[in-house]
Design a protein around this ligand. Structure first.
Ligand code: IMP
Length: 436
């Protein structure tokens, strides 16, 4: 069965949208606690349980399964969106009680002015990133610039007023530059006071959260992907938080005794939304075929995703910076009908081979993939129960990815159906040691 005790961080190995939801969903049964440690409601996450589909963006998936859940200090919280998400869940029969959800008092708030700034900048900037326009970047900017309003500030009216007045000094300068009307302390104070009562029962200090976390597995739910990590990704075309598993502890706000097992989710090909370098992108019919077969449309934004072949240079970089223990390979079935499948094994810039994934935007844009072509399997993989029963060419494809990335593939998802996950326990002795 699925791993029993060690904590696990499920993170994205590419540019997000790898199908983390399905993997988290499969593991959530075994978790006593689920934790969001970075990002905000820019993420999209589908949970299927008892035949019902729940779509979450900010809440950890454990709230659906009844596990204790935490929104950690590394998350940016839009309290109005949180209320909406909870109300939606309540209308589906799931009430999120303060016994089931804790929100760190140290998490920063996303205010409407952050979303407005995100939107107006994306429109104005020549170097637009293609953000979700949900205010994620501006909220993180305020956090590191020490002018954020934090969740815990909501309950101290004097401090709250001061914090708002300080933050809007800066924001009104920006707003004027972008042609937005100024905001006042009073209007923000009033709207925050109104939402504070809703959020108050869930807000906890770090020691209270530590006390409430039950024994058993903690599942850290990563959002976005390593290539969107603000430090390790394709900067500046990234999100504004750290998506690597090693951030789990700081993003929870409580130190862990042991690092969690890092399970990175990768698609059997590659996709990205928004702008930025994507060395294996296919702008031809093959790319369109991947887009159509994989139904590659963003959950939150409805944007078509850019598609390309799997990139083992990018995945090796991900393994290096995120300490990936194993990969969960998703959407293998999307490749079922391809006659030949390409795997990127290296890059050249100006005809010269370069080592690894470059840090500079210039080299990332110039990098030309070196491909190896493998034969397709021309057979449906859906519903196949074990690795050994996969078509031989599908097995060879997965083995070659493992070889090139240097990390084992421990899970393979072969259809959108939540039951169609191959767990390769038997193939890996390490499964018992690492995941048992
Ligand atoms: P932001 O996180 O809204 O600031 O967007 C920054 C970049 O990250 C943009 O390219 C977004 O498309 C991308 N991004 C943010 N969240 C997700 C996600 O959940 N999946 C895929 N891409 C995302």
């Amino acid at each position: 069965m699925l791993p029993k005790s060690a904590d696990i961080a499920v993170i994205g190995a590419q540019w997000g949208d790898e199908g983390k939801g399905k993997i988290v969903d499969a593991l959530a049964e075994s978790a006593g606690t689920t934790i969001r440690f970075h990002g905000g409601h820019n993420a999209g996450h589908t949970i299927v349980t008892d035949g019902r589909i729940y779509k979450l963006s900010l809440l950890p998936s454990g709230v659906v399964k009844g596990a204790f859940s935490v929104i950690g200090s590394g998350v940016v919280v839009d309290p109005w969106y949180l209320k909406l998400e909870m109300q939606r869940l309540a209308s589906d029969g799931i009430t999120v009680t303060p016994e089931r959800l804790a929100i760190s008092s140290r998490a920063s708030l996303i205010l409407p002015l952050h979303a407005e700034l995100d939107e107006v900048r994306e429109r104005a900037q020549s170097g637009a990133v293609g953000t979700t326009k949900r205010g994620i970047g501006p909220a993180y900017e305020d956090r590191v610039a020490r002018r954020a309003i934090r969740v815990g500030d909501l309950f101290y009216p004097g401090t709250l007023r001061e914090r708002i007045a300080f933050a809007i000094q800066h924001h009104n300068i920006l707003r004027s530059a972008y042609g937005l009307a100024p905001v006042t302390t009073e209007e923000i104070l009033q709207s925050l006071e109104a939402i504070a009562e809703f959020i108050r029962p869930y807000v906890r200090e770090a020691d209270e959260i530590a006390e409430k976390i039950p024994a058993g597995r903690i599942l850290f739910e990563g959002a976005q992907g390593i290539m969107l990590d603000v430090d390790q990704g394709t900067y500046p075309y990234v999100t504004s938080s750290n998506a690597v598993g090693s951030h789990a502890s700081t993003g929870l706000g409580i130190a862990l005794k042991e690092r969690p097992y890092v399970l990175a989710v990768a698609k059997a090909y590659t996709t990205r939304v928004g702008e930025g370098p994507f060395p294996t992108e296919l702008t031809d019919q093959t790319g369109q075929r991947l887009q159509e077969t994989g139904r590659e449309v963003g959950v939150n934004t409805g944007r078509s995703r850019r598609c390309g072949w799997i990139d083992t240079v990018q995945l090796r970089h991900a393994a290096l910076v995120a300490g990936i223990d194993s990969i969960a390979l998703t959407k293998l079935d999307v490749l079922d009908d391809f006659e030949a499948i390409k795997v990127c094994t290296g890059y050249t810039v100006d005809g010269d081979r370069i080592p690894g994934f470059p840090s500079s935007e210039f080299q990332q844009m110039q990098a030309r993939p070196v491909y190896e072509t493998l034969p397709g399997w021309r057979k449906s993989c859906a519903g196949v129960g074990s690795f050994a029963s996969l078509p031989a060419n599908a097995q060879a494809y997965i083995r070659r990815i493992e070889e090139l990335v240097g990390v084992p593939v421990s899970m393979v998802s072969t259809s959108p159906d939540r039951r169609d996950i191959i767990l390769r326990e038997k193939e890996f002795g390490l499964r018992e040691k690492e995941l048992a």
